[in-house]
Design a protein around this ligand. Structure first.
Ligand code: BTN
Length: 257
């Protein structure tokens, strides 16, 4: 079970590599519901994820063999349910930090937890919690990063990019996975030991369009606003001409620049 590629304490030490699967999140969920004994930090990665799931019931498409599609099992029993978004913050900050070391400046976190390079998406996070009573029993952190994919479907309207499109060279997928796992573990342990305030500051500092006047869309109506905060529950606060407005995930869209 010891995985020597990863210099972590537990994240990625049990690494299960699959050639093909519908969704690594669904696979991990199935393993948990079959009561498979899995240590915290287990990572399921797939070379070909043919039915990947994204936020808001979207699909996540990744060209087989070119990208990172993986899920991490965590047990954040220390985290009250009302603060579950702080784990999203820790994970997005960790991914942004890892990728930043490779791509240089231009990487941000688009609320709630997309990873952006300039105005294009290069990664996404889908966290699924299994709740027991008032605590989070298990948490499946699903991560997709566009790494060595060179081209994207025209249906994405030029809104997706990859590390390859930034660097014009391939990156080793397992080394990148190891780096991401190491940063996620550090962020998770920081959250566990009460380092929430610095994580939250990092999240807001790295947030796409934070403090900047930009256009948003709600129910077909476009309006101007400035992001001023994100709560522990994950609500986005915008300063608008109607005053301070707060939005849940599905309630608002970012308008193209
Ligand atoms: C999003 O931006 O909408 C979230 C995308 C999350 C995709 C990852 S890929 C690995 C894991 N398995 C899934 O089915 N989805 C997540």
């Amino acid at each position: 079970m010891q995985n020597n590629t990863f210099s972590t304490l537990f994240v990625g030490q049990n690494l299960i590599k699959l050639l093909a699967v519908d969704s690594t999140n669904s696979f991990l969920k199935r393993m948990l519901s079959n009561s498979e004994p899995l240590p915290e930090g287990t990572v399921i990665m797939a070379e070909n994820q043919y039915s990947g799931r994204g936020q808001v019931e979207s699909t996540w498409y990744a060209e087989p063999g070119k990208n990172l599609t993986f899920s991490i099992l965590l047990h954040p029993s220390f985290l009250p349910i009302q603060q579950q978004f702080t784990l999203n913050m820790a994970v997005s900050v960790a991914i942004r930090q890892t990728l930043m070391a490779i791509t240089g400046p231009g990487l941000t976190i688009k609320w709630p937890n997309d990873i952006y390079y300039k105005d294009k998406k290069i990664g996404g996070v889908l966290i699924e919690n299994i709740i027991a009573g008032s605590r989070i029993k298990a948490c499946i952190v699903g991560i997709g990063i566009n790494v060595n994919q060179q081209t994207f479907d025209s249906a994405l309207n030029n809104r997706a990019s990859s590390i390859y499109q930034i660097l014009h060279e391939d990156v080793n997928l397992i080394s990148l996975l190891a780096e991401i796992c190491s940063h996620i573990e550090a962020g998770y342990l920081k959250l566990k030991s009460g380092g929430y305030h610095t994580l939250r500051n990092d999240y807001l500092n790295f947030l796409y369009r934070f403090g900047v006047k930009a256009k948003y869309r709600q129910n077909g109506e476009i309006f101007e606003g400035r992001i001023v905060d994100v709560s522990d529950q994950g609500f986005l606060s915008l300063e608008t001409e109607k005053g301070l407005m707060t939005y849940n995930f599905k309630e608002i869209e970012f308008s193209q620049p």
